[in-house]
Design a protein around this ligand. Structure first.
Ligand code: HPA
Length: 272
């Protein structure tokens, strides 16, 4: 562990001397899920040395420790990241994946990532929840570039098929409608052009967004198993008459909150 990371870990452990097994990253407008935790310990990003801060609205920048409890059920210890830092905020992928390194150093072996994304698949509707089966990295960037040791490892990042199967089964068992698809990562901060969306659709993308992929790459290198869900907050450029805006993204995220909460809760119980 680097000195920087161990200083962050020491600060977190002094507040929350707990070993989480699952790390959950909550994307744009989805941070309220953290309110459902029990036995919560909340730590602000600003209280942790070296921890990156997000400047985007809808990203609280807090780490929560807690469990979900429902009747007699209780999940394993969770660490929840409310909000994330995007590449377009800092052009530093080291900062973007720093929370993943923190999660692993705290003991988490499973990463559960969520995000808001634009629908590229014409059969999708805003409000759909999509299990991320695979991704396309449209940026040409990679958080492992220059990382000592990682180059020779020849990592093949992927979402964990077993976790995906559990998640699909859970959705089915609880009659929560979901989609399945490929997430395409772009740098942002601009939205895409209609021509870019046509290209992405042709390349096999079902959704597009500005996050998640670097986190999954970092998690793979750290040996973590990863599961991902996109909340389709809008149809991508050219696929809808609505004018795209961050307000629409957070608005839709709000309307799917109940379904999103139920799906995440049941999956977290199934994984515990
Ligand atoms: N494009 C890129 N990122 C996004 C979108 C989109 O349409 N919606 C939410 N995040």
């Amino acid at each position: 562990m680097t000195i920087t990371l161990s200083e962050s870990i020491d600060a977190i452990r002094s507040r929350a001397p707990l070993v989480p097994t699952i790390a959950l990253v909550l994307g744009s407008g989805l941070g309220d899920f953290g309110d459902h935790l029990s036995n919560t310990i909340s730590i602000g990003a600003g209280e942790i040395p070296h921890y990156p801060m997000s400047s985007v609205s809808g990203h609280a920048g807090r780490i929560l420790f807690g469990t979900l409890e429902d009747g007699g059920r209780k999940t394993t210890q969770l660490v929840v990241f409310q909000g994330r830092v995007h590449y377009y905020e800092c052009s530093d992928l080291g900062k973007v994946v720093y929370p993943i390194r923190v999660a692993r150093a705290l003991g988490a072996t499973t990463l559960f990532v969520t995000n808001a994304a634009g629908g590229v698949n014409r059969l999708f509707t805003p409000g759909d929840l999509m299990f991320i089966r695979d991704y396309i990295n449209m940026t040409g960037e990679n958080p492992l570039i220059g990382l000592k040791g990682a180059v020779g490892q020849r990592i093949r990042p992927a979402f964990d098929p077993e976790l995906l199967a559990i998640a699909r089964r859970t959705a089915l068992n609880h009659a929560i409608p979901t989609q399945d698809g490929v997430y395409c990562w772009t740098k942002g901060p601009t939205y895409e052009t209609a021509a870019e969306i046509r290209m992405m659709a042709g390349a096999g993308a079902d959704a597009v967004g500005m996050s998640t992929v670097p986190e999954v790459i970092a998690a793979s290198q750290l040996g973590m198993r990863t599961l991902g869900i996109s909340c389709i907050t809008n149809m991508a450029t050219g696929l809808s008459k609505e004018k795209l805006s961050h307000a629409e993204v957070t608005e839709t995220a709000n309307t799917v909150k109940a379904n999103f909460t139920r799906l995440l809760t049941e999956i977290l119980f199934a994984l515990s």
